[in-house]
Ligand binder design. Sequence first.
Ligand code: T3D
Length: 259
Amino acid sequence: MAEDLIVHSEGAVRVLTLNRPEKLNALNPAMHEALADAFTAIESDDSVRAVLLTGAGRGFCAGADLTQNMGSEMRDLGASIDKHYNPLVRRMRTLPKPVVSAVNGVAAGAGANLALAADIVIAAESANFTQAFIRIGLMPDAGGTHFLPHLVGDARARGLAMTGETITARQAAEWGLIWRCLPDEGFMDAALALAADLAAKPTQALAAIKRALNASGTNDMDAQLDLERDLQRGLGRTPDFVEGVRAFAEKRPARFTGA
Ligand code: T3D
């Protein structure tokens, strides 16, 4: 049987490919377990300096697998959210390494919000996004009600969540839901190049940026200024900062190690 998640490395980039293409990579418990294991390995491996999440086949991820008991009867969806979705979103957001989502095709329901949990989201021109939940009597989960208003504002967040309308990758980029929409041709090469570029950057500075931006959703300006000071103090004591300034003085590209 094919693995539900393909995990491989391209240099310092750990590539995670959701792999149930016949179901548009809908998430089942086995896939959730595999994702959890993959992130545990990434967290403890200093040689991994960026993560790239994508999907096999024509979809990125169609959200929860609706054929595995979902909806056949009323049940406690909160349990699987507690067990799988919330820990996954929290891990992606707090991982001290950059996570890129390469949305190669349709991203629906929790699949869309899984994509948005990454630090940088790029999508192929033929991809699209839909908060499909409302069509089956649910509301956005996996962080959707947090990410959407932050990214696109309240009016568009409500429109997307309440209508379940599909938007194209181009529109998603125009609205600021994602970083960039890229041509289909060469999409995965471009995604890998982006992730590799991030992997070669000063990892601790990227982790600090992540922490500060995550905190900015709840901090007031004073708290944010203090946090920036504390994080920058830490970065000023890293070898990568020394290397960055030295490389500038010597007019050469910096060689960051993540230290
Ligand atoms: O406990 C919990 O887990 C709670 C958490 C819930 C989180 C959620 O994500 S709820 C939302 C779940 N997702 C959806 O509601 C989306 C369902 N899928 C669709 O609406 C459509 O498939 C798409 C809009 C994503 C794509 O449409 P289209 O026309 O491009 O493809 P298709 O023909 O509908 O799908 C292709 C195949 O994938 C098809 O299988 P078949 O008929 O060829 O054998 C379809 O059944 C399968 N598929 C698509 N989405 C899912 C799925 N199979 C299982 N689960 C899916 N979510």
